[in-house]
Design a protein around this ligand. Structure first.
Ligand code: FAD
Ligand code: NAP
Length: 335
């Protein structure tokens, strides 16, 4: 086990922040974990693809960079295959692997950056599909208990960009494997966003899973900045969910407001719409700012500073609160 000192994390976070880890370990075997946590109080950060993190300063603890690999089909019946995946596998590569093997259910989640191990933490989602829909169980090393535990999906409290890992278990675990139940028969979900329009444009009437994945990739590439070119962590804010009563008040003042029903008493408002309407889209502050095609995405165009992005985010939050009375919350983890 090789622990290195003063390692730059710039290549390992999609915002491209130039910060240093006090110490750094590339985790290649889960058997290393008990000795890493001999001291249970060691300050640590588990890093996957660094695509949901904003670093505002050097990290003065141990960064455990997840490289646990492996994709194994563990069982199969008439309708499903069960697949167990090492937490350090790249998410999009896993999606492509599933398509090659005719395992279905996550094609709408194509091109989401990051690792498989991080996927249950915020219950990643896009185009009407969430990890919740395919998750079987999560295996993790529990630091306080010094043992590996497996949590069934129904016990992970998966909600909109939320789970037990962001709340009750926060900072007490290292996810080592994630197990999925995937369909053997493709069941397309193409009503969300522009998927059906893109398929129609191509003259595709009965899409395959690969067609859907390609459509999602095409839409994402046209709307979202590629972190290899412009530093970002995807949507910086969650979409606010508000009561129907509050929504009616907002709608009186802003009749054009976009909304989607959540349940009988709540609606979701796209945070991107609020930020765009409030005039923030395309804001430039030196090297940082708000993306010009997607108001939900804060960007680092070069050698921007994490604190400047954080300050901009909180200025946007205050402005949206005073304009619409709606509280935005960051989706990105700020360190
Ligand atoms: P990291 O950023 O490395 O870590 C995120 C958090 O999880 C940190 O707190 C970290 O400590 C913790 N963590 C990571 N791995 C482990 C582990 N094995 N054990 C314990 N803790 C761990 N998200 C969506 O939901 N939907 C999208 O459509 C989407 N699109 C995106 C588009 C772009 C361009 C970008 C840059 C990001 C997007 N995201 C999206 C956000 C991000 O990709 C996901 O949240 C992803 O799951 C983060 O994975 P990661 O490995 O990069 O996590
Ligand atoms: P979009 O299709 O322009 O839609 C804007 C917003 O409206 C989205 O936030 C989406 O909410 C909501 N929406 C659209 N159609 C909906 C429907 N039929 N039912 C319910 N809600 C609907 O969004 P986009 O920005 O291009 O992103 C496309 C998808 O990729 C979205 O699902 C988004 O969440 C996901 N994405 C996530 C991140 C991230 O970092 N988290 C980054 C980029 C894209 P939802 O967000 O709840 O889906």
């Amino acid at each position: 086990m090789r622990i290195e000192q003063h390692i730059s994390l710039r290549p390992f976070n999609t915002f491209g922040m130039e910060i240093t880890a006090g110490s750094y370990l590339k985790l290649e075997s889960k058997n290393q974990l008990p000795s890493i946590f001999k001291d249970k109080t060691i300050k640590h950060l588990v890093l996957g693809g660094g695509s949901n993190i904003l670093f505002t300063k050097d990290y003065d603890g141990l960064v455990i960079h997840n490289h646990l690999k492996g994709i194994t089909k563990t069982s199969e019946d008439k309708n499903y295959v069960t697949v167990t995946v090492g937490a350090g596998e790249n998410w999009h590569s896993f999606v492509l692997h599933c398509l090659e093997n005719n395992w279905f259910g996550i094609e709408n989640l194509s091109l989401i950056p990051g690792t498989v191990g991080a996927s249950p933490i915020q219950n990643i989602g896009a185009y009407g599909v969430e990890i919740k829909d395919v998750l079987k169980e999560v295996t993790y090393y529990s630091i306080p208990d010094n043992k590996f535990k497996t949590l069934k999906a129904e016990d992970c409290n998966l909600g909109y960009r939320n789970s037990i890992f962001k709340k009750e278990l926060k900072n007490t675990f290292v996810i080592t494997e994630v197990t999925f139940n995937l369909l053997k028969k493709f069941n397309p979900s193409i009503t969300y966003g522009a998927i059906s329009a893109v398929l129609e444009e191509k003259g595709i009437v009965s899409p395959t899973a690969k067609d859907v994945s390609n459509a999602v990739i095409e839409i994402r590439e046209s709307k979202l900045p590629n972190p290899k070119e412009i530093g970002n962590a995807g949507s910086f804010f969650k979409n606010p969910v508000i009561s129907v009563d509050q929504f009616n008040e907002v709608k009186q003042r802003f009749p054009q407001v976009v909304s989607y029903p959540v349940d009988a008493t709540h609606v979701k408002i796209p945070a991107g719409w609020l930020i765009d309407q409030a005039g923030w889209k395309g804001t430039k502050r030196g090297e940082i700012g708000v993306h010009d095609r997607q108001a939900l995405v804060l960007v680092n165009r070069g050698k921007g500073n994490g604190n400047d992005i954080k300050d901009l985010a909180y200025e946007i939050i205050a402005d949206i609160k005073s304009t619409y009375g709606i509280e935005l919350t960051p989706e990105v983890n700020i360190f």
